[in-house]
Design a protein around this ligand. Sequence first.
Ligand code: GDP
Length: 488
Amino acid sequence: MNLDDTIVAIATPPGRGGIGVVRLAGPEARAIAEPMLRGTRELEAGRAIHYDLIEPGWLDGKDTLELDGSEPRHYNPATTRIDEVVVTYFAKPHSYTTDDIVEISAHGSPVVLRHIVELALARGARLAEPGEFTMRAFLNGRLDLTQAEAVRDLIDSQTLFQAKVAAQQLEGALSNRLKPIKRDLVELIALLEAGIDFAEDDISVAPDAVIREHISRVQAPLLQLAATFSYGKIIHQGLTLAIVGRPNVGKSSLFNRLVERERAIVTAQPGTTRDLVSETVALDGIPLELVDTAGIRSAHDEAESMGIKKSKEALADADLVLVVIDSTQPLSDEDHDLLSLVDGRQAIIVENKSDLVGSFEDPTLARSSGGGPPRDSAAARNFPPRIRTSALTGEGVSALRKAILRHVAGDSAQDSEAGFLTSVRHQKLVHDALRSLDAASNAVGARVPHEMLLLDLYGALRPIDEMTGATTTDDILNLIFGTFCIGK
Ligand code: GDP
């Protein structure tokens, strides 16, 4: 990856728009941009300045770029104006990539924007690869890897909440959470490295108990971080929620109730191949794909009713299941079948049609989930909450929304500022680190030599570094030679 050349790209999305931006980054950014600009002021760092965009004179041999005091800088009367532009110059190192950057905001015509890029290419710029500006920011040390990934997530976000989470990661929320973990681990490594150096002097650096305690001090926050992934993943990818129930219990009506408030940002996916209707809505900023088995009517001549069959399909992909029952009727066999299907899954039982008569208390249901959650919290988690709703009047629908959100956030309504795992890459790395720490912990128990123990600790350090993209050798050396004053 060449970091010394100047790259150029259209930074705004394809198509026409009010404005479009061409971005140039690299040592020649300014020299390449200036001949295209005609105006009365020179580029100035951190300032947006208005210019005419012109064909540079050097292209047609009519170059009249002489400067004499009050003369405009790039005055070429023979050249016609292509556009009016506003140009912002970010001087090295105070720019996104830490290089010199020139951003030309033209009117958002693809023709004009492409022409600006071509002019830049003719002057020696290179077309940027996808993500190359951010790549440079990373390689130049302006962003770490988690932050670079956050830029992508921010751009990809579908809801404002997702954007906020990405912005916090961009600020370094996750990196900051990793820092003390890494510091502790590096300290332990340094301690053991120093111990090996002193081995011949018969000095035991630390008793096993101390080492083990130190390892668990690294493990604990890493485990907490690993636990944030289930929520982080949902924020990042959203949640699939299946609405199941036998025909006519009110699934479609409930579905419509759940999506109505968020209509504006709904993306409909009609006619999916499996006859399942699905729509994505944002519930408190979390994308929620609702899968409805609507339109499915019981096919009595089949051994297994279509309702059950389709419900099974919907269930297969669901993170959470809403089992809708008709509270005006006793539970049918089909209801029981459905309830046993979702047994052991994350589910909410919705007793719909609460506007009609009182709830029909079915003894079976009452035994399995009624009477409030049991005291034992582990069991409570397995008990699907029951919510009474009326899709007709809207009663209970907001309680249902809350129950869905409670399921999403879990007990620990995560503080996004604390930083959490949203990507599979991060999750894998945290698990890799934990596995190595486990091995290290066992190694202490087995009283293996510290050289071997260190292999496991380095094995834990590597994935932590891979998360941020940092290199560690220097950190360890600094600690060993700085803190321990070995003096060798
Ligand atoms: P689905 O087959 O499970 O999707 O059920 P629908 O949503 O199509 O509803 C079946 C019928 O029940 C329709 O006539 C709805 O208007 C009605 N319905 C749905 N929910 C309620 C409710 O909460 N109260 C009342 N009274 N009727 C409802």
